[in-house]
Design a protein around this ligand. Structure first.
Ligand code: NAD
Length: 263
């Protein structure tokens, strides 16, 4: 299948590791120019160089904290200056703090609100004018399977990612006349630093080993294993491509069958 991504320009937010990095690599393999961002310069530069070396594509990096509005503006401006515009926006972010309702304070909610929800709002707001000028575009939000089936201890993620789904569905209607498609990808348990850290916290709390917690996660997944980040990136690349031209306003689970609902 030809994804027709050659020379398209993609921004992948929060992409020095994990799912974001895998998305950047996959899009670059398909011939896209990619701009990656993260807060820490060292890992970000390493990631950009690694992807460029393995794909031969031009990968730009912008050191940016996506909780900061000015950094988001800078990221989108830098993309326009480097490549002339943005065709594909992948709104990834770091995972919010783990915790039950009673353990979380206002400051946790505010931090998570900026990281999980407002980063998506601000990234899209900054990129849409360029997409509207071109009368085409792809916006792909990395959410979580928790938008379909809430996950224990992930109160902030469960609450705020559902807001993204509501926003994205409404936005898909508003942007459809301009040829801009908006979709969400909802990863299930995926082998990244994030899942490693969550399992560490849970292991401490339940006085179990890290391996036991990881095994428990697998038990809930019909495919009996977690995703590789590349398996999430494959779906993102499809949604970013010309092949997804009649898909908008959806949320696609990539979860090995974890979600037990029908729709
Ligand atoms: P990860 O921790 O491996 O990577 C997160 C990336 O985000 C890193 O590159 C980090 O540098 C960057 N980042 C964090 N905060 C940032 C900020 N303020 N500004 C810029 N960059 C920032 O995480 P991951 O597993 O790849 O997860 C990516 C997203 O997908 C997260 O929101 C996570 O909650 C969600 N998710 C993950 C899983 C999973 O099992 N791993 C499942 C469902 C959803």
């Amino acid at each position: 299948m030809d994804l027709e991504l050659t020379d398209k320009t993609a921004i992948v937010a929060a992409a020095s590791h994990g799912i974001g990095k895998a998305c950047a690599l996959r899009l670059a393999r398909e011939g896209a120019n990619v701009v990656v961002c993260a807060r820490g310069k060292e890992d970000l530069v390493k990631t950009a160089e690694e992807i460029s070396a393995s794909t031969g594509r031009r990968i730009e990096w912008v050191q940016a904290d996506i909780t900061k509005p000015d950094d988001i503006e800078m990221l989108v401006d830098a993309t326009r200056i480097a490549f002339g515009g943005v065709d594909i926006l992948v709104t990834n972010c770091g995972g919010p703090k783990r915790g039950t309702f009673i353990s979380l304070e206002d400051s946790d909610w505010r931090t998570a609100y900026d990281l999980v929800l407002m980063s998506v709002v601000r990234l899209i707001r900054a990129a849409v004018p360029q997409m509207r000028n071109m009368q085409c575009g792809r916006i792909i939000n990395i959410t979580s399977i928790c938008v379909k089936q809430p996950i224990e201890y992930l109160m902030l993620s469960n609450a705020l990612r559902s807001a993204i789904v509501g926003m994205a569905k409404t936005l898909s209607n508003e942007l459809a006349p301009f040829g801009i498609l908006v979709n969400n990808v909802a990863p299930g348990y995926t082998l990244t630093n994030r899942i490693y850290d969550l399992a560490m916290d849970e292991a401490k709390e339940l006085e179990m080993s890290h391996e036991e917690i990881m095994a428990r996660y697998n038990e809930d997944i019909p495919l009996n294993r977690m995703a590789r980040p590349e398996e999430i990136a494959d779906v993102v690349a499809f949604l970013a491509s010309s092949r997804s031209s009649y898909i908008t306003g959806t949320t696609i689970p990539v979860d090995g069958g974890y979600y037990q609902g029908l729709m």
